[in-house]
Design a protein around this ligand. Structure first.
Ligand SMILES: Nc1nc(=O)c2c([nH]1)NC[C@@H]1CN(c3ccc(C(=O)N[C@@H](CCC(=O)O)C(=O)O)cc3)C=[N+]21
Length: 284
């Protein structure tokens, strides 16, 4: 079988147009969605991501504020800046770019963001709401995966989804969203025994490991749907996923590439969450 390549860039463009329309509507009601991005230190990759987020805000007619803080900033200073943003009526979403420097407690920072402005969906209150199927901000990357599948016309109900990776921001919540949509979910991770025995059962295989070429053709069932969430650089410095694309795409029925797969959806869902927050602020 030769896989259909799911074009995440194209689907993201379509979704962004829909979001831009909604932004116009909100603006006519006097509310412009506003996102604050806090960048601590001068990590090169982080800076690229943050620039992309700002550019996308502009494209969609939203306001964006970049708050840069030096690597040595104290935790207290960061927390008090977040507290200001929690009370700023122009700001509907607050994103603290991760990772943070080692002297800052990430958990404490995430928990200081108002759950009403936590457009990353990382606050424990919002994670709890997601787990219990309530209305909340869904974490952007897992949410983006669900939208990719929906837009491709793939139903998740009853399918066996195997998630490889159990991070708090991708693997764990991705499994939960699939479960919420009535899939059967298996989690695998670095200590799973006989990984292939599990991954070969997958109707939908989600790779969120962080190791280039980790998932090879012999991990994959003929005709499976393969979602590559990895963002790695190979020896040549080229962006690549967790899946050995060339060999796996000969066996899968659908596959997401890297780049132009899940990545562009992550930013799009961040924009969606910011819009949602702004719309809900009217009723608060
Ligand atoms: N608080 C927080 N929230 C995040 O959402 C967050 C974060 N911290 N820290 C870093 C990761 C990484 N991340 C990406 C988003 C989009 C692409 C993306 O659009 N990638 C493009 C390629 C971009 C390129 O060429 O470098 C693609 O896959 O096609 C990648 C990575 C969000 N993150």
């Amino acid at each position: 079988m030769t896989a259909v390549i799911i074009n995440g860039k194209e689907i993201a463009e379509k979704k962004k147009q829909e979001i831009a329309e909604e932004v116009k509507r909100l603006k006519s009601q006097g509310v412009t969605p506003g996102l604050a991005v806090i960048l601590v230190g001068n990590n090169h990759a982080s800076r690229t991501y943050v620039t992309n987020k700002q550019k996308t805000c502009q494209e969609l007619g939203m306001n964006s504020v970049l708050i840069e803080m030096p690597e040595e900033v104290s935790e207290d200073e960061l927390l008090s800046r977040i507290e200001e943003l929690n009370h700023d009526p122009q700001i509907h979403g607050i994103l603290v770019q991760l990772p943070l420097p080692a002297h800052i407690n990430e958990t404490k920072v995430i928990e200081s963001i108002s759950p009403n402005k936590d457009v990353d969906g990382f606050h424990p209150i919002n994670i709890g709401r997601m787990m219990t199927g309530q209305n909340t901000f869904l974490p952007c990357t897992p949410y983006g995966i669900m939208v990719l599948l929906e837009e491709t016309g793939i139903s998740v109900e009853g399918k066996h989804v195997v998630v490889v990776g159990r991070s708090n921001i991708v693997g764990k919540p991705a499994g939960q969203l699939f479960l919420n949509q009535h899939a059967t979910v298996t989690y695998c991770h670095s200590r799973t025994k006989d990984l292939k025995v599990h991954t070969k059962q997958a109707d939908i295989l989600v790779a969120a490991v962080g190791i280039p070429n980790f998932i090879t053709a012999d991990h994959v069932k003929e005709g499976a749907i393969v979602i590559d969430v990895g963002i790695n650089r190979n020896e040549a410095g080229k962006l690549c996923g967790d899946v050995a694309f060339d060999e796996v795409s000969k066996k899968a029925s659908y596959i997401t590439p890297v780049p132009k797969g899940v990545g562009p959806m992550t930013i799009t869902m961040l924009m969606y969450n910011t819009l949602k927050s702004a719309a809900e602020s009217i009723n608060r």
